[in-house]
Write a new protein. Structure first.
Length: 164
């Protein structure tokens, strides 16, 4: 059975725009999956240590037949191909791919928490989600519009559409 999945993309190292463009292409090539939409590109100040570059963020909407944990394996393989190394907690990264929402499921396993932890407090997730689906309801958390109203303001900026 196929399910609609929202995936968060973030990068602040090694040409972040290209990291995100390439990652979107790789998402579009995943087995048993189809890339339906992306949010376009957003720029935001780092959440976490401030002595790191600003982030570029986007959200992708994927239709997939992959199970959540199998999708996670694929996302981690893409991150690794992008040279992802974990330096410090909440530190800089070449590419971060997070399963934000997996259909209307709430998942709590050792590897995976869905909806993604922190989703409701992160403008760099909420605004891109709004670009794709303004009337979204986040399982267990309510209307996206209400989450946005309650979210602390940052300097997030929409940079425009993502071209290949
Ligand atoms: N901060 C921003 N602005 N964007 C991110 O994608 C992001 N990702 C992270 C941490 C380090 C928490 N900060 C971030 O993982």
């Amino acid at each position: 059975m196929s399910v609609q999945v929202f995936i968060g993309l973030g990068s602040n190292l090694d040409n972040p725009g290209q990291q995100i463009r390439h990652a979107l292409r790789e998402l579009s090539e995943l087995e048993s999956s189809r890339l339906l939409k992306d949010s376009g590109l957003f720029k935001s100040p780092p959440l976490g240590p401030q002595d790191q570059p600003d982030y570029l963020n986007a959200v992708a909407l994927l239709q997939t037949e992959l199970e959540a944990e199998s999708l996670l394996d694929h996302l981690q393989a893409i991150e690794n191909r992008h040279g992802r190394v974990r330096s410090r907690r909440w530190g800089e990264r070449t590419l971060d791919l997070d399963i934000l929402l997996y259909g209307d499921k709430q998942i709590h396993t050792a590897r995976l928490t869905v909806p993604h932890i922190g989703l409701a407090e992160r403008e760099f997730v909420l605004y891109p989600l709004e670009k794709i689906q303004p009337d979204l309801v986040v399982p267990g958390k309510g209307q996206l519009k209400d989450l946005i109203k309650a979210c602390p303001r940052t300097d997030i900026a929409f940079l425009g559409t993502i071209n290949d």
